[in-house]
Ligand binder design. Sequence first.
Ligand code: HEC
Length: 125
Amino acid sequence: MKTFRFCVSLALAALMIASSIVLAAQNPAPASAPRGNAENGRMLFAKFGCYECHGREAQGSTATGPRLGPNPIAYNRFIAYIRKPAGEMPPYTAKVVTEQQAADIYAFLQSLPRPPAAETIPLLK
Ligand code: HEC
């Protein structure tokens, strides 16, 4: 009987550990970007006027705003910056750009094509 109880509590403990692992996998740290839709993000990038300063392809300009992608800054820094920018940029509160819309814009920035490596451009050889 004692062995049976021990086995049951062992099984319960294993179940609890397994379920906490599953739960942790379902809720990744908030630092990672929520799933966004890049196509919708491209549309929102134009709709919210980000393109006016950062360029249609987020390529940036020395006069109006820096390049944002490809390889955007970490998502938690991205969302923190658009909510509370430090310089010339206007703030975008959660009432204007929702968390999901921000994630879509971020997905758009991540989806931008990377430039070819300099060694692969014949004119630069
Ligand atoms: C009026 C011009 C303007 C608009 C509109 C604008 N930005 Fe900016 N943004 C800037 C400028 C200028 C900077 C550089 C830092 C500063 O002065 O705030 C910047 C910086 C940023 C940064 C930080 C980049 C880094 O490497 O640290 C992010 C992210 C960003 N913008 C995203 C956006 C998004 C997303 C939108 C649209 C929702 C947007 N911006 C709209 C002008 C603008």
